[in-house]
Design a protein around this ligand. Structure first.
Ligand SMILES: CC(C)(COP(=O)(O)OP(=O)(O)OC[C@H]1O[C@@H](n2cnc3c(N)ncnc32)[C@H](O)[C@@H]1OP(=O)(O)O)[C@@H](O)C(=O)NCCC(=O)NCCS
Length: 177
């Protein structure tokens, strides 16, 4: 994936939004964003430049006038055949509700479908009910966990001690370059 300003739906994809894959130097901006934009727990430990260096070609960044307004860090899973793994995705708070999150996932889907993937696999904090609602809205379903907490199938400590996550999957149908 290279950079582009292709038109797409709604405000998300207006010509003022530039889309591109990630470079190692982008890690610092994503680390700042993940601290500022996320609800609740700090997630900065999830950002490391090596991810961007070795897997950045499937990551998607959205920028407006040179400022980062959205990102999806994801890659093809080596252990789950045919699976595109979404490590995390975020949209700057003042740019939410414009379709940018959906467009990040659409572009990632195209990138990993082009590498043979037939499904997406994503995780999010069990406390992050807005993220779970978003993922359901864009077609993910929740997978069984090791316990039900507040009605959600939770995987205890799956993202580190104290980080209980839910696992969500979505088939890729008709996606492709
Ligand atoms: C989750 C997040 C990425 C969504 O980004 P966004 O750009 O606001 O999402 P979109 O505008 O593309 O919304 C896509 C769809 O999801 C729905 N949606 C988005 N947020 C929602 C919410 N909190 N509750 C219910 N539905 C929601 C939208 O209504 C839209 O539906 P539609 O296209 O059918 O009208 C953004 O809220 C965010 O960055 N949150 C903080 C970081 C985070 O939690 N990331 C996910 C965990 S890795």
């Amino acid at each position: 994936m290279s950079g582009d300003r292709a038109s797409s739906p709604a405000g998300a994809t207006s010509s003022s939004v530039a889309w591109r894959s990630a470079e190692p130097d982008d890690a610092a901006a994503v680390a700042r964003a993940i601290d500022d934009w996320w609800p609740g727990k700090h997630m900065v430990h999830a950002v490391c430049p090596q991810l961007f260096e070795h897997l950045g070609d499937t990551c998607v960044l959205a920028e407006r006038e040179g400022d980062l307004i959205g990102f999806l860090v994801g890659f093809v899973s080596q252990r789950m055949p045919g699976t595109g793994y979404v490590h995390y995705a975020g949209v700057r708070p003042d740019c939410r509700g414009l379709g940018i999150g959906r467009e990040l996932y659409r572009r990632f889907s195209t990138a990993v479908a082009g590498r043979g993937c037939t499904r997406l696999y994503a995780e999010t904090g069990a406390w992050n009910v807005e993220s779970i609602a978003f993922h359901r809205r864009v077609g993910f379903t929740l997978q069984p966990g090791d316990a039900i907490v507040d009605g959600l199938p939770v995987h205890h400590d799956s993202a580190g001690v104290g980080f209980d996550f839910v696992v969500m999957v979505k088939p890729l149908v008709g996606e492709g370059p």
